[in-house]
Design a protein around this ligand. Sequence first.
Ligand SMILES: NC(=O)c1ccc[n+]([C@@H]2O[C@H](COP(=O)([O-])OP(=O)(O)OC[C@H]3O[C@@H](n4cnc5c(N)ncnc54)[C@H](OP(=O)(O)O)[C@@H]3O)[C@@H](O)[C@H]2O)c1
Length: 285
Amino acid sequence: MDKQVVWITGSSSGLGLHTARALGMHGFDVIAGARSFGQGKAVEHCRSLGLDVTDDRSVDAFVQRALQLSGPPDILVNCAGMLVLGSCEEYKIDEIQQVLNTNFLGQVRMIQRVLPLMRDKGKGKIVNFSSINGLLGIPFEGAYTASKHAIEGFSECLALEVKPFGIQVMLVEPGDHQSGSAAYRRHSAGMGPDSPYKAAFDTGTGVIAYDEGHGSDPDALGEKIARVLRRRRIPKRLRIAKFDQRLAVVLHDLLPPWGFERIIGSYYKKSKGPNPLKERGTRDE
Ligand SMILES: NC(=O)c1ccc[n+]([C@@H]2O[C@H](COP(=O)([O-])OP(=O)(O)OC[C@H]3O[C@@H](n4cnc5c(N)ncnc54)[C@H](OP(=O)(O)O)[C@@H]3O)[C@@H](O)[C@H]2O)c1
């Protein structure tokens, strides 16, 4: 049988890298896209191409080149993403636009390019990376949480529309994983030393960094996605998270809103140790 062709975005680091590698090792023909691939970075078991999902011309160039290399994809995995931590009051509007442009519109751009190719084939699988934050909100991740809620809603609509063409849509909803990227999380330029949110922000982002640093194994996530994608029928949602994060989603839906807010609010007020994000890098700048 011919190798299944996968195009995957955001595969130069973190969960995208682990997923691309696992897919390659499972015998998929993987075309991996990310901005840094254009600067010579590569990933084993895959062919890599430069791709900026926020730039229409870059997306078009990626599609043209990927078509020459592999032909039309059987599977699209939309993993590219970014996170800017900040208070809803103080985010710069262009920071929110950048997060939405990468995490939501970046996925939409890729979906719109591959759908005609998949409709021609009469089949295809589209995998959109969401997050537990696509299902509930936590403090200081307002822009990211908005982008992930957007892709949740869009994917539900998409699945209904493309089913008659034999195309399936799956949302991946990871909890915290040790992607190694925590140290690079950007802080909003609006979060100055005099911010009224400063103390809550330092504690809250410390909890976020701790949870990611003690999160699940990204190799296991890549393996799970690769195994699921070998099936003829794929689930609508693949939630890959520790018990407490899965429980949070259940409580979010079951409890009265004030009850859930009280639990999640107090969780992010309790420090878990020194905050590594205070000495942050600036990967996306
Ligand atoms: N890590 C977690 O715990 C976690 C939890 C829930 C959901 N997720 C989701 O999983 C995905 C990966 O997250 P991660 O934490 O593993 O992140 P990460 O290590 O920061 O990786 C982000 C990837 O996206 C790429 N990227 C960023 N902007 C891009 C752009 N404009 N065009 C193309 N590629 C771009 C980056 O590559 P270049 O810089 O080379 O472009 C990189 O490969 C994201 O969608 C994230 O929301 C992660």
